[in-house]
Design a protein around this ligand. Structure first.
Ligand code: FCA
Length: 332
């Protein structure tokens, strides 16, 4: 074979190989592709959103390209990859709300449609980008419920409020987190919990290790507190707080933690013995996953403008007693 022919053949087979593997990754080329990008794929919350997005994909006949975007660089690269695969848009829970303008600029450059889920974008001035469609939980209300349930359980246990402290692990730079924690504290105050025994501590990272560090630094400051109520924006934050109390010798009867997300608390609630993690508020990751990508699909396919703001309000308290039944009811 002449060198020229050899090279041409090699180049051709290389190309076929490439497109074959691209198809294996992105699915067949004629099916509509929509991305679903999440900041923390390790959280069952986001895995649940993914699986319900896929359910929508099966129902309507589109492919969901699931991508993990733990930081800004990965997010922008993911958008390039999506565009190259021929996708027409994506749903995203951003790793940082301040990336909003950069994400939108890149998406626009490829003519991709964007729907945000859970965490709202912020513009350069730090203000919410209300023009980008958003599906999220009713943060203040669900937080308020957390505070009410904590107070209710404390009363049920007959604790003396004067020797009880509230450990509120905060993440104020994330608007949904700030609203949940503020809602929770509001409920506790309104129920009559002494305001000067509510202690706030910021977490550096939104995971168990970050919350554990924050909680430890708070616990050493208040050695006389006998019982703790734990407030935080999600299950992992509250779990970090509970682990810290355990490390300081508090047992399950002296701690009440109530998380938010529900699906991230299943292993904890299934433990053979109760822990300080009393329960969790289960919102609707199924609805978030399904609705967000369904409206993206209708936008891309039929040009139906999505609603700018969809607030999901359903929430149920799951504890060791009812978590299996409640999760089953939602098909989780
Ligand atoms: C934020 C939190 C997640 C989840 C979601 C609804 O993104 O980080 O754990 O609670 O809101």
């Amino acid at each position: 074979m002449k060198l020229k022919t050899l090279l041409a053949t090699a180049a051709l087979s290389g190309m076929t190989l490439m497109s074959a593997s691209a198809n294996a990754f992105f699915g067949s080329s004629d099916e509509l592709k929509l991305g679903y990008l999440v900041k923390q794929p390790e959280e069952p919350w986001f895995q649940t959103e993914w699986s319900f997005a896929e359910k929508a994909g099966k129902q309507y006949g589109f492919e969901v390209v699931k991508m993990a975007v733990p930081d800004g660089e990965k997010t922008l690269n993911a958008i390039d990859t999506l565009a190259a695969s021929g996708a027409k848009g994506f749903v995203i829970c951003t790793p940082d709300p301040k990336l909003g303008p950069a994400i939108m600029a890149k998406a626009k450059s490829y003519d991709l449609k964007v729907i945000t889920v859970d965490d709202q974008f912020l513009n350069a001035k730090g203000k919410p980008m209300t023009d980008v469609p958003l599906v999220m939980m009713a943060a203040s209300e669900i937080g308020y419920r957390q505070g009410s349930e904590l107070y209710k359980e404390m009363t049920k246990r007959g604790w003396d409020a004067s020797s009880t402290g509230v450990m509120a692990i905060t993440a104020d730079e994330l608007d949904t987190a700030r609203r949940r924690v503020d809602g929770s504290i509001k409920a506790l105050k309104e129920a009559g919990f002494p305001e000067n025994q509510i202690y706030r501590v910021p977490t550096k990272t939104n995971d168990i290790p970050g919350a554990l560090d924050a909680a430890n630094s708070l616990l050493v400051q208040y050695p006389t507190v006998k019982q703790w109520l734990i407030v935080g924006m999600n299950d992992n934050t509250v779990l970090g707080g509970v682990r810290a109390t355990e490390g300081q010798g508090f047992d399950a009867t002296h701690v009440i933690g109530i998380g938010i997300n529900g699906v991230d608390a299943v292993n904890e609630l299934a433990k053979s013995k109760p822990t300080g993690f009393y329960g969790s508020l289960l919102p609707s990751p199924d609805v978030h996953g399904f609705k967000s990508i369904e409206s993206l699909y209708k936008w891309v396919k039929d040009d139906v403008e999505p609603k700018k703001f969809v607030e999901v309000t359903d929430v149920v308290l799951i504890t060791r007693d009812n978590f299996k039944a409640e999760l089953e009811k939602k098909g989780l």
